[in-house]
Design a protein around this ligand. Structure first.
Ligand SMILES: *Cc1c(COP(=O)(O)O)cnc(C)c1O
Length: 438
C-alpha cells in the first residue's frame, strides 16, 4: 500500500487555510476518495511526494511541462532572469523574442497580447471580439472549458435557442443570458442558432481538440464547418488552444487541421511552467486593444521576465532542429503517445474491459465506455466507478494520472521508453483490477 501519511496530515492542515485544502479544485482528489500526494519536487518524467514516493507523471502540471520537469535549459534561463530582477512593469526585449517564436508557429496570431493565465486570455479575447463586432452574444460548447470568467461558466438552458443559465453560483443571469451553449461536434445546432440570431453573435469559442471533458476529437470536417459558418455570419472564430497548442502539433490544432481562426488563445506550454498566456489574431481585431484602440485590457505582471525566460527556453527546445537520426520533437512525442495508447488498448482488450482510448499528438485520454465519445453527453455517460478503481490501482503502482475521467493526460519529451513500458504494464494490472471488481 502506498504510504501517504505525511501528505494526509499536510492536507488536514491545508484545509484550515484553503477551501478543500487546495488552490484549484481538481487537485483535491475529492471525487477519487483519499488525499492527494503533496509534491516535494519533480525531475524529468518523475514527480516525488513528501512521503518519498516516486511516480511517473502524466499530469505535467495539467499540460505545461512538455519538456518534463526542471529541464536544464529552462531552469538556467529562469535563474538568470531572476538574478536580473523579478519584474519591472516596463517593456523588455524578451517579450518580442517570445512573440516571434510564437508567431512563427502560429502565423494567424498576427498581433498578440501576453497575459497571466488561460482564463485571462479567453476573457480578453471575447472582449476584443465584442469590441470589434459591436455584438454581445457568444457561442460556446458544453464540455469545453475556457477558464472561469463569468460569461464562460454557463450551461445550456432548456431548448436550443433559449438563454444560457449560470453553471456556478455567483454568475449573474444577465451575464449568462449572452452565452449560448451548444453540444460539441453538432453542426446542426450551430446552423440553427446562427439562422435564428447570427447577426447578434460576436464570437464562437471552441477547443478545436477538446481536452476538458476528457480528450474528445473534432469530427471530420467539423472545424472547417465552424470556420465557414462563422465567416458567413461575421462571427469571430476563437480557437482556445490553451491546452492543445504545441500539443496536437507545434502549430496546434490550427496547423494540424489547416484552419485559420480569427483569434487564438494560448497558455500552459508557452510559459514553460511559469504563469503566462497569450491571445492574438487578426491585426484589425488586435488593433482595437488599448492603448492602440478603445478595448481595455491590462496586467501588472503581464510579460513578466521570468515567464518570458521560461517560455523562450521551452519554445527554443521545441523548435530546434532535431539531432542526426532523430525525429522532430512533435513526431517523437506523438510516436511515444501512440505506443502507450496502443499498449493500454491491448491490455484492456485482454482484460475484457471496454474502453475508448484516444490521442492527439502528446495528449491522450481514456474512457470506460463501449461507445465512441464525441461530446459531453457521451463523456458523462462513461463509467465513473471503473475509472476510480483504475485510477487508484495506477497510483498504487507509481503512475500519476489526473484524478478524473474528464481530464486529459500528457507525455513529455522526458518520458523514456522504459517509462512507457512500465505504464503499459501497470495498466494491465489496473484493468485486471477493474475486471475483478465486476
Ligand atoms: C487550462 C485551460 C484554460 C484556463 O487556463 P488557466 O491558466 O487555468 O486559467 C482555458 N482554456 C483551456 C482550453 C484550458 O485547457
Amino acid at each position: 500500500m502506498l504510504n501517504l501519511h505525511k501528505s494526509a496530515s499536510a492536507m488536514a492542515e491545508a484545509k484550515n487555510y484553503f477551501p478543500g485544502g487546495v488552490n484549484s479544485p481538481v487537485r483535491s482528489y475529492a471525487n477519487m476518495g483519499g488525499n492527494p500526494p503533496f509534491i516535494a519536487k519533480a525531475q524529468g518524467s518523475k514527480i516525488y511526494d513528501i512521503d518519498g514516493n516516486e511516480y511517473i507523471d502524466y499530469v505535467g502540471s495539467w499540460g505545461p511541462m512538455i519538456l518534463g520537469h526542471a529541464h536544464p535549459a529552462v531552469v538556467q534561463a529562469v535563474q538568470e532572469a531572476a538574478a536580473r530582477g523579478m519584474s519591472y512593469g516596463a517593456p523588455t526585449l524578451g517579450e518580442t523574442e517570445l512573440a516571434k517564436l510564437i508567431r512563427l508557429a502560429y502565423p494567424a496570431m498576427e498581433m498578440m497580447r501576453f497575459v497571466n493565465s488561460g482564463t485571462e486570455s479567453t476573457m480578453s479575447a471575447l472582449r476584443a471580439a465584442r469590441g470589434f463586432t459591436g455584438r454581445e452574444k457568444i457561442i460556446k460548447f458544453a464540455g469545453c472549458y475556457h477558464g472561469h470568467s463569468d460569461s464562460l461558466l454557463v450551461n445550456a438552458g432548456s431548448g436550443l435557442a433559449t438563454f444560457g443559465v449560470p453553471s456556478s453560483p455567483g454568475v449573474t443571469k444577465g451575464t449568462a443570458a449572452d452565452t449560448l451553449t451548444l453540444p460539441y461536434n453538432d453542426a446542426n445546432a450551430v446552423e440553427k442558432i446562427c439562422a435564428a440570431e447570427g447577426e447578434n453573435i460576436a464570437a464562437l469559442i471552441v477547443e478545436p481538440v477538446a481536452g476538458n471533458m476528457g480528450l474528445v476529437l473534432p469530427r471530420q470536417g467539423y472545424l472547417r464547418f465552424l470556420r465557414d459558418i462563422t465567416k458567413k455570419y461575421g462571427i469571430i472564430l476563437i480557437f482556445d488552444e490553451v491546452m492543445c497548442g504545441f500539443r496536437v502539433a507545434l502549430g496546434g490544432a490550427q496547423a494540424a487541421y489547416g484552419i485559420k481562426p480569427d483569434l487564438t488563445c494560448l497558455g500552459k506550454v508557452i510559459g514553460g511552467g511559469v504563469p503566462m498566456a497569450a491571445y492574438g489574431g487578426r491585426q484589425e481585431i488586435m488593433q482595437k486593444i488599448a492603448p492602440l484602440g478603445p478595448v481595455y485590457q491590462a496586467g501588472t505582471l503581464s510579460g513578466n521576465p521570468l515567464a518570458m525566460a521560461a517560455g523562450i527556453a521551452t519554445l527554443q527546445v521545441l523548435t530546434a532542429e532535431p539531432e542526426e537520426g532523430r525525429a522532430d520533437y512533435s513526431r517523437e512525442l506523438t510516436l511515444k503517445t501512440k505506443e502507450l495508447v496502443l499498449g493500454w488498448q491491448e491490455a484492456a482488450k485482454e482484460a475484457k474491459v471496454a474502453v475508448q482510448v484516444r490521442h492527439a499528438g502528446s495528449m491522450f485520454g481514456l474512457f470506460f465506455s463501449e461507445h465512441e465519445i464525441w461530446n459531453y453527453e457521451d463523456a458523462a455517460a462513461a463509467d465513473q466507478e471503473k475509472f476510480k478503481i483504475w485510477f487508484k490501482a495506477m497510483l498504487e503502482q507509481g503512475i500519476y494520472l489526473a484524478p478524473s475521467q474528464f481530464e486529459t493526460l500528457f507525455i513529455s519529451t522526458a518520458h523514456s521508453r522504459e517509462d512507457i513500458e512500465k505504464t503499459i504494464a501497470a495498466g494491465r494490472e489496473a484493468f485486471a483490477a477493474v475486471r475483478a471488481a465486476g
